[in-house]
Design a protein around this ligand. Structure first.
Ligand code: ACM
Ligand code: ZN
Length: 505
């Protein structure tokens, strides 16, 4: 009985008003406060600086006397404004607010989303729309995956061939057919559609515009240039960067999805200079201290046979070709450190002596030590002292199916319904003393099966609301039933804002 009453009280507190992500502390008082305007302006809130509040946190008080906000920094003030946007109800020329006392701050500092623009290119207006929605949910990192086998999306001054050859592909996989054997949700097609895709890419001015737009919304953009694998689009531009240039038949990006064995030749000094130049440009344009160097899914089969790679191995005393990946990772880490930057990479980079200053991004279901749970690899890395962003594909790859019936969009497989997305705990399996190394997580939007903005929004929302709450709200304050009650209101809000938000299921 007590438990039922507690749950009912929790639900009542959490549903009215419906704030997503849920604030850490919210007391709802009787009555409302109304403004004689349909939009809230900064002058309508009394603002004070309070350095005793946590970073990005805020205190919000709405009483009969008006609205008061306190924060230790501009981000906290901005997040108070996002809460106010959700609390206000515009009606008959008035904005009405419930009287509340909120004390709020984030549980994790890294509250991100990944956007893959290599497979499909969305363009800066879609990216800005995604940034707006992330900010509305108090997310603060856009991990921008800008290069892939299937497309090179940045125009680098002095290297025009990158977009000339790498920013388009001859064709793409067809929209697939449902595969019954995969529970009727996996779509696949080995056929290609015969339609040229691209050229699509961002100019330096575009990149700077998006970075500034994000910064104004307290979002840092972490760019990813994925090396040494996933580089077919760069190899199309400069075939001499790979071990066996004679095998490069197409001077365009790769047409189908999957992993290519054509990777950068690590024995070739020209490749090393190329990579340095690309990252120098990235440092010029992106102020983020953290620069993502990829590192995932790099087959070593060419390195084993390549004379230049074998020469580098001999010189460095390596016994396995895979050690070349560690070599280039460390080389770029040193190169970026000279510019005051820190590398981040997929969990593969940790397997081969990545510097302890690197941030790892855990994504593989395999633990890396054979224990077989989604997070053990990342948890183990955190125990060893690596800062980690936890994005196991089984919990955070929101391009995976979300369990809807009659879903009009296509998915590569996997299954992450909203409830599963909400249950994700970035610290699961992490020993208490290593928890300080878990920076946070991300909603991962890989785009092989995401064709346009409507598709992107459908797959991202409402699951990214669950991610936002996991990253902002303390785990002991999370409650799926409360979340769903608030989401009934919040989803209508999102739809009212023009977001193609999927049903709550
Ligand atoms: C990845 O999903 N290949 C990082
Ligand atoms: Zn080589």
């Amino acid at each position: 009985m007590m438990i039922q009453m507690l749950c009912a009280a929790l639900l009542a507190a959490a549903t009215s008003p419906a704030v997503v992500p849920a604030p850490q502390e919210m007391k709802v008082n009787e009555g409302t406060y109304s403004l004689k305007a349909e939009t809230l302006e900064r002058k309508d809130c009394r603002y004070t600086l309070d350095k005793s509040l946590p970073k990005e946190g805020y205190r919000l008080s709405i009483t009969a006397g008006g609205i008061a906000v306190a924060s230790a920094d501009e981000a906290g003030r901005f997040y108070a404004e996002q809460t106010l946007r959700q609390l206000g109800e515009a009606k008959d020329g008035k904005l009405s607010y419930p009287r509340v006392e909120i004390t709020d701050f984030p549980n994790f500092g890294w509250r991100g989303a990944l956007l893959d623009e290599g497979r499909h290119f969305f363009g800066k207006e879609t990216v800005k729309g995604m940034i707006d929605l992330m900010a509305y949910h108090k997310m603060n990192v856009l991990h921008w995956h800008l290069t892939e086998d299937q497309g090179w999306r940045i125009d680098i001054p002095g290297m025009p061939e990158l977009v000339q050859y790498g920013s388009w592909r001859k064709e793409s996989p067809c929209h697939g057919a449902k595969l019954k054997s995969y529970g009727n949700f996996r779509y696949e097609s080995s056929a290609l559609n015969g339609q040229k895709y691209g050229p699509f890419y961002y100019s330096e001015a575009d990149l700077r515009e998006v970075v500034a737009y994000a910064a104004a919304r307290h979002i840092r953009v972490v760019p990813e240039i994925d090396i040494p694998g996933h580089m077919c689009s760069a190899i199309a531009a400069y075939p001499h960067l790979t071990c066996f240039p004679e095998n490069v038949k197409e001077r365009s990006a790769r047409s189908d999805w999957g992993i290519s064995t054509d990777v950068l030749c690590i024995g070739n000094d020209e490749t090393v200079r190329f990579v340095e130049r690309v990252f120098d440009f990235i440092c010029d344009v992106f102020p983020s201290e953290v620069i993502h160097i990829g590192g995932d899914e790099c087959p070593r089969i060419n390195w084993e046979k390549c004379p230049k790679c074998r020469e580098r191995m001999k010189k460095e005393g390596f016994t396995k070709a895979g050690q070349l990946q560690g070599w280039i990772t460390r080389h770029i880490a040193v190169h970026l450190a000279k510019r005051g930057r820190r590398i981040m990479g997929w969990d593969e980079i940790l397997a081969d002596d990545a510097p302890k200053t690197a941030i790892g991004q855990s994504w593989r279901t395999q633990s890396g030590n054979g224990a077989g749970t989604a997070l053990v690899g990342g948890a183990e890395a955190a125990r060893l002292g690596y800062d980690m962003v936890m994005t196991p594909h089984t919990e955070t790859y929101y391009d995976y199916y979300q369990g809807l019936t009659d879903d009009p969009f296509q998915y590569p497989g996997g299954m992450i319904p909203l409830k599963r997305a909400y249950a994700f705990d970035p610290c699961a399996g992490v020993v208490p003393e290593a928890r300080k190394h878990i920076l946070g997580s991300q909603a991962q939007m890989w785009s092989e099966y995401i064709w346009n903005e409507y598709d992107l929004q459908w797959k991202m929302w409402p699951r990214a609301c669950a991610m936002a709450e996991t990253l902002w709200t303390k785990p002991e304050k999370k409650n799926f039933d409360c979340f769903m009650k608030r989401m009934e209101i919040h989803r209508r809000r999102l739809i009212g804002m023009g977001v193609n938000c999927a049903p709550l299921r």
